[in-house]
Design a protein. Structure first.
Length: 309
């Protein structure tokens, strides 16, 4: 392909300059290289492009037709490059993004809304759903997902940050049932847990040498909404295993108290996932870059409070 383009470049320059020598000078090549490139082009096309004499270089009829076609093609390339360059200065078009309900509303949407404010031509179509979507089939440009993201054909992945999970309880609950200090103590306590259908999400912790420990918790309350879990923990219904960013305001005012050592806290990576494409639209790339730059700050805002506790 590069040889084909080189032959066309040499042909156009030779036509416009009127000689192989001037074409070679403009292309920073030798006269021989230009001559050989055009000869290969003529062989591939099966036509003669120039009438050559010792004093002149003139297009044949086929050469004139091909030259005009080359000019149209080069003009289209210039227009495409100009459009891309303009797009770098002005972001426009619709961006469809899928995200989980609570995390999306609190952490992702504010970043994207600020991006849209800075780029008036950008249109946002944000979908909040806790169920996974098929980006390609459902027509999404980007999805924000947490936990384990398996490699999938046709998709690209970029890590955006880490969501830390800790165990908290209300002061009233701890005054009544005591404070757990180790994972083994959790067996003596009631938890409020996340569950959907017949599946209950185990609590995960970091064990010795970073080993993952999954802990089942006794519970009477099972909810499929994270904010409802926070409300249940605030009411004193039990211990809650919740993301730091979500409970930060309640910890700050003393309504929830972190328990267990910070060493047990585990983090779940958050990812941007998008359909693979030879040319990623500028609006998608800017959204991913903005999330990668700002999400870690939002996700770690409560780390200092937890460590202090």
């Amino acid at each position: 392909m590069s040889d084909r383009l080189g032959g066309i470049a040499a042909f156009v320059q030779a036509t416009e300059s009127g000689s192989f020598a001037l074409a070679a000078e403009r292309l920073n090549l030798t006269r021989s290289a230009v001559g050989k490139s055009i000869a290969r082009l003529e062989q591939r096309l099966g036509v003669r492009l120039f009438h050559r004499t010792t004093r002149s270089l003139n297009l044949t009829e086929d050469g004139q037709t091909f030259y005009e076609s080359c000019l149209r093609a080069l003009k289209e390339l210039e227009t495409a490059e100009a459009a891309l360059d303009s797009g770098r200065q002005s972001v426009s078009g619709r961006l469809r993004v899928s995200m989980s309900i609570v995390f999306g509303r609190h952490c992702v949407a504010p970043i994207l809304l600020e991006l849209a404010r800075r780029h008036p031509g950008l249109e946002l179509d944000l979908s909040f759903n806790d169920r996974p979507v098929d980006l390609i089939e459902d027509g999404f440009d980007l999805a924000i997902r947490g936990g384990s993201v398996a490699d999938q054909s046709g998709l690209m992945i970029r890590r955006l940050g880490e969501q830390r999970m800790i165990v908290v309880a209300s002061p009233a609950y701890l005054a009544r049932y005591g404070t757990p200090h180790d994972l083994a103590d959790l067996a003596q306590h009631e938890g409020v847990v996340y569950g959907r259908g017949s599946q209950i999400k185990c609590w995960s912790f970091k064990g010795p040498e970073g080993r993952l420990i999954q802990q089942e918790v006794r519970c009477r309350l099972r909810l499929d909404d994270v904010e409802a879990l926070v409300d249940a923990a605030l009411s004193g219904a039990g211990l809650g295993w919740l993301p730091c960013w979500l409970i930060a305001p309640h910890v700050k005012r003393g309504a929830l108290v972190p328990v267990l050592s910070p060493d047990f806290a585990i983090g779940y990576p958050m990812y941007a996932v998008w359909p693979q494409s030879p040319h990623l639209p500028l609006r998608t790339r800017l959204a991913i870059d903005a999330l990668a730059a700002q999400l870690p700050l939002r996700l770690s805002e409560m780390t200092a409070n937890h460590q202090a506790g």
